[in-house]
Ligand binder design. Structure first.
Ligand SMILES: NC(=O)C1=CN([C@@H]2O[C@H](COP(=O)(O)OP(=O)(O)OC[C@H]3O[C@@H](n4cnc5c(N)ncnc54)[C@H](OP(=O)(O)O)[C@@H]3O)[C@@H](O)[C@H]2O)C=CC1
Ligand SMILES: CC(C)(CO)C(=O)C(=O)O
Length: 295
């Protein structure tokens, strides 16, 4: 399979690197990382290890026509990804991003099947040319509207072939909303309280996280997806326990003074329904982002 990874930072480099064990892969990202990959190859270390030689470029090549375009930019760069991919007419697109609506925004601009995905692998770009797998998890993917499709089966088989733990799912709307509830509960709470994921199991953080997850479940039901409050809160507890020592991606962003994905997570819930907890969490993170912009 000819795979183009748009947004070869931490996650894109890990998944692209693993796919490059069997497939022809082009990493589109930033220098000096992609230049180093082009010159010296990509090293994957940590929980999975390999050295591979994908192409590394800063723009989608003019002659590209990939079988699969993998979107791994942050949620706030999704529209730019869609614009860049529109010219190369990929046969299939898969988003592995966190946050709501990434797939819908890609589908608005692209004339091919857009698959939804969730990913619980952990990845960290340590230095140009080297990405660490900080935890083996699972990729779940399928048609964004639910059901089955030949495109989802083909991509699932390509991931399986290189040893990525993969499930092709017929209920992606439910799974995407459940992942959103986990991120809505854990990410902003940990970023604002400056705690590791495991601390979300204890009061008073647990009540904040559970309230954000329950509101997310209500927004899911409002959108026609059957996610109960109890299932959403259970998912937060399961993930917080399984990733107890993790610094959530939003807490990492705050520590590194980077923009967060709060608009696509808590902000997206508060945009859809009256959700005071998510609105407050989003407001506090946005206030921090504004102060950061002024510094
Ligand atoms: N890292 C992880 O373990 C996991 C991440 N995710 C999700 O995956 C997504 C990506 O996360 P992550 O990999 O950590 O993020 P990164 O910021 O590490 O990677 C995204 C990369 O894409 C680059 N990029 C953005 N726009 C362009 C462009 N127009 N052209 C070329 N390169 C571009 C960014 O560069 P620049 O910063 O310079 O713009 C950055 O290097 C997020 O939605 C995240 O929530 C999900 C599960 C696990
Ligand atoms: C699952 C979780 C909460 C793991 O840290 C995550 O997706 C994130 O940090 O963005």
């Amino acid at each position: 399979m000819d795979v183009l990874v748009f947004g070869a930072g931490s996650l894109g480099s890990l998944v692209g690197g693993l796919l490059a064990r069997q497939h022809r892969v082009t990493l589109v990202g930033r220098d000096p990382h992609v230049g180093t990959v082009a010159a010296e190859g990509l090293t994957v270390d940590g929980a999975v290890e390999c050295h591979v030689d994908p192409d590394g470029v800063t723009e989608v090549p003019p002659d590209a026509s990939p079988d699969l375009a993998l979107v791994t930019v942050k949620a706030y760069d999704t529209d730019a990804a869609a614009a860049a991919l529109a010219d190369c007419h990929p046969s299939t697109v898969l988003s592995l991003q966190n946050g709501l609506d990434n797939e819908a925004r890609l589908a608005d601009r692209l004339d091919c099947p857009v698959l939804a995905g969730t990913c619980t692998y952990g990845a960290m770009l340590e230095e140009p040319g080297r990405v660490t797998c900080t935890g083996v998890g699972e990729v779940v993917l399928g048609p964004r509207e639910g059901g089955q499709s030949p495109a989802a089966d083909r991509v699932g088989a390509a991931f399986d072939e290189v040893g990525i733990e993969t499930t092709v799912a017929a209920d992606m709307p439910h799974r995407s909303w459940e992942k959103l509830a986990v991120n809505a509960g854990i990410n902003a709470t940990t970023a604002l309280a400056r705690i590791e994921n495991g601390a979300v199991l204890d009061e008073p953080a647990s009540e904040v996280a559970a309230a954000a997850a329950r509101e997310t479940a209500r927004a899911a039901r409002d959108a026609g997806v059957d996610l109960s409050d109890e299932a959403a809160v259970d998912a937060v507890h399961e993930v917080a326990a399984a990733t107890a020592d993790n610094t959530s991606s939003m807490y990492q962003d705050v520590l590194a003074e980077r923009r967060t994905e709060v608009d696509a997570i808590n902000g997206a819930v508060a945009e859809r329904i009256d959700a005071p907890v998510n609105r407050t969490l989003a407001g506090l993170l946005r206030a921090w982002e504004r102060a950061r912009d002024r510094r």
